[in-house]
Design a protein around this ligand. Structure first.
Ligand code: 3IO
Length: 332
């Protein structure tokens, strides 16, 4: 009799988790930027879609403003599980993300939409070792970078000696133009502008509005040169613990969310330009196509140097650059 009771309670104990209602899974998502900037807008959009498509099985707890992980802590913080998910800019760690940072070479990516599709497809094709310790959820890029500055840039000579904040591939470019590079993540750039450590910024123009750089930079020079690549990564053990149907939802969103972010950003950049002209009387300098070639001519050694360095690291450098060019043609 006693044995029977023990057996019965054991059986009930084993069956209990099966009959209990499925528990909600909460995932933390760290971002190095404050709300209303493009990396956090895409984060909130992803959260909304994931919560909807998993029928409430997943809750995403977004933590913006670097409160959980800062710009350069993101990858290691996600690997160690400080956050389940993190959004990172790969340009801030060019030696860690060599392959995907090839999209940050001056190869003529025309928009955030095209850049995001190119980057996602490059990642899918080469599955770089840099991401072996995480699950990659999506990738996307900014719109092409332009010069926002305190002094006008009317020609290539004006860039010489100007102290410009940029990072990664974009940093190599402003150096090639003869500027003094201040290499900081975007999260530290408002302070650098305010304190006068930087006379300008080389990035996509969303920040004119999103971070109110129009207040410090009354001049924009439309060089439209290069994008900054981003990745959204998830802790691998946490990923492996997810139910199969949830995994499928997240996996199906990789390419779609890349394109969503690209479209969002291209639209927002146009709005930011209009807003800056109207509200801060920002002067936008456009260059003739032939004059743009003058800017671009100084940049060809950057790609050949990347090829040489990436080759030395054992990467198929030339095929990677060729694929980027092919993907640009395919998606533009
Ligand atoms: C960027 C990064 C954070 C918030 C808004 C932004 N707009 C463009 C970027 C690109 C970038 O990472 C950078 O550092 O310029």
């Amino acid at each position: 009799m006693r044995q029977k009771t023990i057996m019965l309670s054991l059986l009930l104990f084993i069956l209990m988790p099966l009959s209990a209602p499925a528990e909600k899974i909460t995932l933390s998502y760290a971002n190095f930027m404050p709300p209303d900037t493009f990396p956090t807008v895409q984060m909130e959009q992803w959260k909304k879609e994931v919560e909807k498509r998993t029928g409430g099985k997943i809750a995403v707890n977004t933590v913006p403003g670097g409160k959980l992980l800062g710009a350069k802590e993101m990858m290691d913080g996600v690997i160690s599980g400080k956050a389940d998910i993190g959004c990172l800019c790969m340009a801030y760690q060019p030696n860690r993300f060599v392959l995907t940072n090839a999209t940050g070479l001056p190869l003529g990516i025309p928009s955030s939409r095209v850049g995001s599709m190119v980057l996602w497809n490059l990642y899918k094709k080469y599955n770089p070792d840099a991401f072996a310790g995480v699950k990659v959820l999506t990738m996307f890029t900014t719109s092409p970078a332009n010069i926002m500055s305190k002094r006008p840039v009317k020609n290539i000579e004006d860039v010489k000696g100007m102290t410009l904040r940029a990072s990664g591939g974009a940093g190599q470019i402003v150096k090639a133009w003869g500027a003094n590079l201040v290499d900081l993540p975007m999260s530290e750039t408002p302070g650098a502008l305010k304190r006068g450590i930087a006379e300008g910024v080389f990035s996509s123009l969303d920040v004119m509005k999103g971070l109110n750089f129009a207040q410090y930079c009354p001049y924009v020079a439309m060089t439209e040169t290069v994008i900054y690549p981003f990745a959204v990564v998830m802790n691998l053990a946490r990923w492996n613990s997810l139910p199969g149907d949830v995994k499928k939802v997240l996996e199906n969103m990789g390419a779609e969310h890349a394109e969503w972010t690209g479209n969002y950003m291209d639209d927002y950049v146009r709005e930011a330009i209009r807003w800056s002209e109207e509200n801060h009387q920002v002067e936008v300098m456009e260059f003739e196509k032939s004059y743009k070639a003058k800017f671009n001519f100084l940049l060809w050694p950057i790609t050949s140097k990347w090829i040489k360095d990436a080759d030395a690291k054992g990467l198929p450098a030339k095929p990677i650059v060729k694929d980027i060019r092919t993907f640009i043609r395919k998606y533009r």
